[in-house]
Ligand binder design. Structure first.
Ligand code: BES
Ligand code: MN
Ligand code: ZN
Length: 498
């Protein structure tokens, strides 16, 4: 899929299709008016006859509009003028892309980026047009023997801009949109792969492949014996119940100033979570193949950053393992010693994410990071608390939490802060070890974050619980690629604050 930007009037474009907006109720946008004028009222006539009301998401394809050189015109409903929200814009732009693709339009010019979205400016609309178009056309069909491909798929989309002055900003927004979409797509593909294909070794191989594709990324994989030497007793205990060897995937991207402290992203890479001996109920257990989406988002974000050549120092670390029941698996009551030296009583083997993350948090201490952000499908309790629209964010440093919240708002990949108060820490008390790995039913997402905070004392740290946002269920079951947009925006902000 190719994206370009261009300024120029719709009635002068020679393309297979022009996309213009119609507001509610049947009000022409400026660009629709121009087409209406040259066609001597053809468009307003269609509207008068009830073709389209202008509700967000409605579309109507017109063929051979008089005096318009382009073959077709797609009218796209845009809701009430001056009242368009982020969500509506993203949805209507995806619907437009889907319609073009379905109707055999190979190249089109869209005027939707010139719409007015509350609180947003042109570069945002351009970036989101690119992202939502890519999202709409995404299919995960690599494992289907018969692929359902469009006969004439959309190949080129030209995004209109009001004048040439904004060209540099617009081009940058396109490049950002493409890089984010590529990162999202990589995270989705990894997430959607089943556990029998996407094993810890497979994830590691993909990270190595990314290092080959981008010279700026250096990948190292730590194997079991190296982790043993480092004393990662907690991480290794989770992998004991699996026949797949665990991997600690480390990606280094050092394109900032020499000596600048890096940001470290730590992503849970649990390639299948059956719960271990504290086995999960069988209904919907297939969804636990998505338990590596945090790790996938780290790999996807590194891809986006490398493509944008951001002048920053960044480390990605992904502990990868399965969590299965087995004779050698962790048992409730087992006590393990983490790399930090702290001991952990494993009261529930299904609270395994924190067990692999804690040693990885200790591992990244060696980079003296300026900030560490972990991303994990950590708790079902987070889905109960926030549902599927917001990721939870916790942290031990307020400016960092705020930077992430703002990056989430800006990228429309939102997060919501949850408390990390000392009072909750008491729930992790163990009679036999330094701490238990669970804190009871109350505030389950919070006590999971409390557990991690004990391994994050030496740096500024934030934790994103993406259990509700990393994948969709139901008829469009699949990984979302979140929070790659949030993380990339955060790193764009880090790069521009230098
Ligand atoms: N990967 C799960 C969390 C999860 C569950 C995410 C459902 C999305 C949907 C995690 O490893 C887990 O099993 N957490 C337990 C923790 C509990 C035992 C304290 C949970 O949430 O039930
Ligand atoms: Mn689990
Ligand atoms: Zn898990």
């Amino acid at each position: 899929m190719q994206f370009t930007v261009k300024s120029g009037d719709p009635e002068k474009q020679r393309s297979s299709c022009i996309v213009v907006g119609i507001h509610e109720s049947r009000r022409l946008t400026e660009h629709a008016k121009r087409l209406d004028l040259v066609s001597k009222g053809y468009i307003s006539d269609v509207l008068r006859k009830g073709g389209i009301e202008g509700k967000p998401g409605q579309v109507l394809m017109l063929h051979r509009v008089p005096n318009v050189p382009s073959e077709r015109v797609l009218l796209a409903g845009c809701g009430r003028e001056r009242d368009l929200s982020d969500a509506q814009f993203v949805r209507l732009s995806a619907t437009a892309a889907q319609t073009l693709n379905d109707m055999g339009v190979v190249d089109a010019v869209t005027y939707l980026p010139e719409l007015h979205v509350r609180g947003r400016e042109l570069p945002w609309l351009i970036r989101k047009t690119v992202e939502s178009t890519r999202e709409a056309l995404y299919r995960f069909d690599q494992l289907k023997s018969k692929k359902d491909v469009a006969r004439r798929p959309l190949k080129r989309l030209t995004l209109s801009i009001p004048n040439r002055k904004v060209m540099p900003d617009a081009n940058r927004a396109v490049a950002e949109g493409i890089a984010i979409a590529n990162g999202v797509e990589l995270a989705k593909n990894l997430g959607n792969l089943p556990g029998n294909i996407c094993t810890p070794t497979y994830l590691a191989d993909q990270a190595i492949a990314l290092g080959k594709e981008f010279k700026s990324i250096k990948t190292h994989i730590l194997n079991e014996s190296e982790m043993k030497k480092l004393g990662m007793g907690s991480l290794l205990s989770v992998a004991k119940g699996s026949r797949q060897p665990p991997k600690l995937i480390v990606l280094e991207y050092f394109q900032g100033k020499k000596g600048d402290a890096p940001v470290a992203l730590v992503g849970k890479g649990l390639t299948f979570d059956a719960g271990g001996i504290s086995i999960k109920p069988s209904a919907d257990m297939d969804q636990m193949k998505f338990d590596m989406c945090g790790g996938a988002s780290v790999i996807g974000t590194l891809r986006a950053v490398a493509e944008l050549k951001l002048p920053i120092n960044l480390v990605g670390a992904v502990p990868a393992s399965e969590n299965l029941p087995d004779g050698a698996a962790n048992k409730p009551g087992d006590i393990v010693t983490s790399m930090s030296g702290q001991t952990i009583e494993i009261l529930n083997t299904d609270a395994e994410g924190r067990l692999i993350l804690c040693d990885t948090l200790t591992y990244v201490e060696r980079y003296n990071p300026r900030a560490v952000i972990d991303i994990a499908t950590l708790t079902g309790a987070c889905v109960i608390a926030l549902g599927k629209h917001a990721s939870a964010v916790f942290g031990n440093h307020h400016p960092l939490v705020h930077e992430l919240l703002n990056a989430g708002k800006h990228s429309y990949d939102r997060a919501w802060e949850m408390p990390l108060w000392d009072e909750y820490q008491d729930q992790l008390k163990s009679n036999f070890a330094d701490m238990a790995n669970i804190g009871g039913r109350d505030g389950g997402a919070i006590t999971a974050a409390c557990f991690l905070s004990r391994f994050a004392k030496k740096f500024h740290w934030a934790h994103l619980d993406i259990a509700g946002t990393a994948w969709r269920t139901g008829s469009d079951k699949g990984a979302t690629g979140r929070p790659v947009p949030l993380l990339t925006q955060y790193l764009l902000d880090v790069a521009s604050s230098k």
